[in-house]
Ligand binder design. Structure first.
Ligand SMILES: [Zn+2]
Length: 46
C-alpha cells in the first residue's frame, strides 16, 4: 500500500483512491510524490 502526496495541494491519499489513474483526487494534479515512511536516524552532530 503506497501513499502519495500531491505536489500542488499537499494532500495525502492512498494509491487505492486513485485506481483510475495516477492523479490527485482533490485537485486533479498529476504530479505526485510517493510518500516514504519516516525514517528514524540517529544523527550525531558532535
Ligand atoms: Zn492535489
Amino acid at each position: 500500500m503506497a501513499s502519495y502526496v500531491c505536489w500542488k495541494c499537499r494532500k495525502k491519499f492512498d494509491s487505492a483512491e486513485i485506481a483510475t489513474g495516477i492523479r490527485c483526487p482533490y485537485c486533479g494534479n498529476k504530479i505526485l510524490f510517493k510518500e516514504t515512511p519516516p525514517v528514524l536516524k540517529k544523527i550525531s552532530t558532535d
